[in-house]
Design a protein around this ligand. Structure first.
Ligand code: CGF
Length: 690
């Protein structure tokens, strides 16, 4: 460490300053250097995938440089940091997003073409980091991009699942799940931080001890697992701010039991390693069994405990007084999955830092905020008390204490209204005594937000009515958003170019509200002409993809009617496919002379069904059966085609935002964020009651 040796530090900065140049020659040299020394292939003989790996490492160098500069900057400024705790991050691919946010995409494209490669071809070589399931997970990824761009001193914390969301394979129209080996060929976008590890404890007992005349609780664990940090730099757009998504992986606290190994008990010798690695192995383990429930709870506590230890270590590097903790730390809970962080913060402050309970609770209430994504009570997470007590005995004690104090206070406010007291209690009495994780999060957090206006009103009027009446000031609305950098700039480059041309600036890529400037040109025939051309180009891209994926040729003159989201009864893919059957039936029974009035339509349905969700998997099979019939009916021809590409009552829904920002006509139910979309686009752009 350079410590206070500023002369040495200045020399280090000078040495590094401009070290990574971005002109074409430097980038070509950088890529070839990585081919030779990172990918270990001859620079005279390497293929697209090896070129992608070298390119990715070259970009990663620049991300790491900015990430280190960012950390150093904030270490010196010591601002209040925001920590985003999410169980899922649907990051997708990193290459294009990174070079666009770094502002060097064109430079890399030029350097690659000088070497005989095409940027887009190499970008297709990258696998997806699918560390999440749906909108909540993609929201986390968009959130990171936005916080980086808006110069927040932010960190994201999550779990480094060895297997992301399953890979969907369709055989004879049926969905089959295969493991997603996303790490098989390494992951150039992460850095393993072998020096950033924390012990995470499980099971065991709690003993009372006397410390300087004070009674304190000591947790004697039955199992300890090491959490190792893997850092993923997330660059902001138009700024050097590059924040870090720190994902935790489970490693054994001791590699394996040599004694057991030497006595031939090979299985037991490696069992502790297997247990540790299991924790960060699978996203959404099937929790219908006790073992599955326990593994999911272990995963939640594992990433929470490691994250809280990391946050407190960072705080203590510059502070010794925990009174300052709320001025330096904001902890955002993304749904109830990280709610154990509340009990963990209390455990560390009371049992390890020896703060009084009330002071520790005051600090916890100041640092936690809570985003709830669920719409109905059934969607709220509950943890059986016996499971929690066995795995985390000290945390159960703490949650009981939190609840006792909360209910005592509540009685003073509302009297002995036992029905209401039992509804609001963190403990749910019943057949299976459980911990209501949402209640725990609401009781502690100083803000509770829904993810759309409709959803936030629902929380106040129904789901959390009792809490809203008690603490109306806590309840907020933070409608979801999606980043235009990924969902226009990366996904739709020709539309991106058109927008920048007509607005006369690229500032909208950082400030999405500037898109409203296009309204001034909406009636301009030149803009409309260019807009249609962009749509045509994109339809060609999609038509080529459909043919490559399914062999089905589709007409570019047809309307593309797209529904892509998780397959779920409430998302109404069944209604969609019944509509397609009806449309097919009408065409078949129509006089041929009348068919010229039919708007040709290509229906595209994409999405995955959860592995255990049988009715959703049957919907997938139905879609394929209907597609088989329609696509092979030459009598219908291009009037109707149905393509199913792999991969309701919405709290928000973010799919609509992505389609809308790419100029699509939206057919949506009036719920979630659609209501606000209508407000944004204006009622005059609505087609009544389609
Ligand atoms: O969160 C969801 C999505 N399924 O992930 N819920 N959860 N959990 C909601 O159902 C969506 O409506 C919402 O857009 C998404 C992100 O808030």
């Amino acid at each position: 460490s350079l410590g206070s040796d500023s002369a040495k530090a200045e020399r280090m900065f000078r040495l590094m300053d401009g070290f990574l140049k971005n002109d074409s020659i430097s980038l070509q040299q950088d890529i070839l250097r990585h081919v030779e020394y990172t990918v270990a292939r001859s620079r005279f003989n390497f293929d697209d995938f090896e070129a992608y790996q070298a390119l990715a490492h070259s970009v990663r160098d620049r991300l790491i440089e900015r990430s280190h500069d960012t950390q150093l900057y904030f270490k010196r400024k010591d601002p209040k940091r925001v920590y985003f705790l999410s169980f899922e991050y649907l990051m997708g691919r990193s290459l294009s997003n990174s070079v666009i946010n770094l502002g060097i995409r064109d430079q890399y494209a030029d350097a690659l073409s000088q070497l005989g490669f095409e940027f887009e071809v190499l970008a297709e070589q990258e696998g997806d980091a699918a560390l999440g399931n749906g909108g909540l997970a993609r929201l986390s990824a968009c959130q990171m991009d936005s916080m980086a761009t808006l110069d927040y001193p932010a960190w994201g914390y999550g779990l480094r699942y060895e297997y992301g969301l399953f890979r969907q394979v369709i055989l004879d129209g049926f969905q089959h799940e295969q493991p997603d080996f996303w790490l098989n060929f390494g992951n150039p976008w992460e850095t393993e931080r072998v020096h950033v590890t924390y012990p995470v404890k499980f099971y065991g007992v709690v003993e009372e001890e006397n410390l300087n005349g004070e009674k304190c609780n000591v947790w004697i664990p039955g199992e300890v697992v090491e959490a190792v940090a893997y850092d993923n730099p997330i660059p902001g757009y138009g700024t050097r701010n590059t924040i870090t998504l720190r994902l935790w992986a489970g490693k054994p606290s001791d590699q394996h039991d040599m004694e057991a190994y030497n006595t031939g008990d090979y299985i037991n010798a490696v069992v502790c390693r297997q247990k540790a690695e299991n924790i960060s192995s699978v996203l959404y383990p099937d929790d219908r069994s006790f073992q599955g429930k326990e593994l999911r709870l272990k995963q939640q506590y594992f990433f929470v405990s490691a994250s809280i230890q990391d946050i407190i270590r960072r705080f203590k590097e510059a502070h010794s007084n925990f009174d300052e903790f709320p001025e330096k730390v904001a902890l955002q809970l993304n749904d109830t999955h990280p709610s154990l962080a509340i009990a963990e913060v209390m455990r560390v402050l009371v049992d390890k830092e020896h703060l009084g309970w009330n002071k520790a609770w005051d600090i916890a209430c100041k640092i936690f905020s809570f985003t709830i994504h669920a719409v109905i009570a059934e969607g709220l997470e509950k943890i059986p008390v016996d499971l929690l007590g066995s795995l985390l005995p000290r945390h159960l004690q703490i949650i009981y204490e939190i609840n006792f104090k909360f209910v005592e206070e509540l009685k003073k406010r509302i009297g002995l209204d036992y029905n209401r007291l039992s509804r609001m209690s963190i403990i749910e009495e019943g057949a299976v005594k459980s911990i209501r994780m949402a209640n725990l999060a609401i009781v502690c957090s100083h803000t509770v937000n829904g993810v759309s206006k409709v959803h936030s009103e629902l929380l106040k009027a129904k789901l959390f009515k009792d809490f809203y009446e008690l603490w109306p000031q806590k309840f907020q609305c933070k409608t979801n958003g999606v980043t235009q950098r990924r969902w226009i700039v990366v996904s739709n480059p020709s539309l991106c170019a058109l927008i920048s041309k007509w607005l006369g600036t690229e500032a909208w890529i950082r400030d999405v509200d500037l898109l409203t400037g296009l309204r001034a040109y909406a009636a301009d025939p030149d803009l409309q002409q260019e807009w249609m051309m962009v749509k045509k180009v994109n339809k060609m891209r999609l038509a080529e993809y459909i043919e490559a994926m399914s062999g089905v040729k589709v007409s570019l003159d047809a309307m593309f009617d797209v529904q892509t989201k998780r397959i779920h009864e409430y998302k109404r893919q069944l209604l969609n496919i019944l509509g397609i059957i009806h449309r097919y039936d009408c065409i078949k029974n129509m006089e041929k002379s009348q068919r010229s009035k039919v708007v040709p339509r290509v229906c595209i349905i994409g999405g995955k069904a959860a592995p255990g969700y049988e009715i959703a998997k049957k919907i997938i099979k139905l879609c394929h059966a209907v597609a088989e019939k329609i696509n092979n009916d030459t009598d219908v021809g291009d009037l109707l085609k149905l393509h199913i590409s792999t991969a309701g009552h919405e709290a928000s829904g973010t799919g609509s935002m992505k389609f809308l920002m790419n100029g699509c006509l939206l057919l949506a139910t009036e719920d979630g964020s659609t209501v606000e979309i209508v407000e944004e686009i204006g009622a005059d752009n609505l087609i009544d009651d389609v």
